[in-house]
Design a protein around this ligand. Structure first.
Ligand SMILES: [Zn+2]
Length: 238
């Protein structure tokens, strides 16, 4: 049904289109993923101007036509995240966060926890550049998996329920596994296991730390869980 609606969104990606337009991938608070055209936005005196840069949090008026893409008719900035664009590490982490949302949450089903998590991550990276670490990026990803409904089992063996000797991770079983259920798994150190448990429990701005080797295992556990259960390929977090 054609019509006009208001929403709030984070601009995940912006692609040049035609002479002066851009196609935007938006993650909205109440409509999930929305694609939109910002007409004339690349002209110097466009009234939509620079407010639609990727990583911006905006309030929009969108017009829904017959095609797949909406048209942006108004935009107000909620948060430009200007500080995070000025430093390489936070900018990279923020782009990785948007990329993960693009891949994991591609439906028009609204997911408010995922939306809030993304906004929170951008705020954390914008206000405190030292937060732009590998550990923090992994904590965000794990919480995003939870919001998307794909959180791995971490409390007991995902295959048999055993709560001791959980030294491996099995993407196909969907979490940590015990010594007796190791088929198809890879080793997960105590540090890596603790990291995953704490990353889920703690706020984003207070992500746990872990040795590099443990972070690599956690990274693999998160990426392979997304691959196996969400059929989504996430680039590893370096
Ligand atoms: Zn088991």
């Amino acid at each position: 049904m054609p019509g006009t609606f208001k929403t709030e969104a984070v601009v995940l990606r912006s692609i040049r289109y035609g002479e002066a337009d851009r196609v935007l991938h938006l993650y909205t608070v109440d409509r999930g993923r929305v694609g939109a055209v910002a007409k004339g936005v690349r002209r110097p005196r466009s009234r939509l101007g620079g407010r639609l840069e990727p990583l911006s949090r905006v309030r929009l008026v969108l017009h829904e036509g017959r095609g797949e893409l909406c048209t942006v008719s108004q935009v107000d900035t909620v948060h430009p995240h200007a500080a995070l664009r000025e430093r390489r590490a936070p900018l990279e982490r923020a782009s990785q966060a948007c990329e993960a949302v693009l891949r994991l949450l591609d439906s028009t089903e609204p997911n408010r926890p995922a939306y809030n998590l993304l906004c929170n991550e951008l705020t954390v990276l914008d206000s405190d550049p030292v937060q732009a670490t590998r550990a923090q990026a992994l904590a965000f990803r794990l919480k995003l998996l939870l919001a998307a409904g794909f959180a791995p089992e971490l409390a007991a063996c995902a295959a048999c329920g055993e709560t001791e000797h959980l030294g491996a991770f099995s993407p196909s079983a969907g979490g940590v596994v015990c010594a007796g259920c190791e088929a198809g798994s890879f080793p997960l150190s105590g540090d890596a296991h603790r990291f995953l448990v704490e990353a889920l429990a703690r706020p984003l701005a207070d992500a746990p730390e872990a040795p590099e080797r443990a972070l690599s295992q956690a990274d693999r556990a998160i990426a392979e869980t997304a691959e196996f259960h969400a059929h989504v390929h996430l680039r590893r977090v370096a």
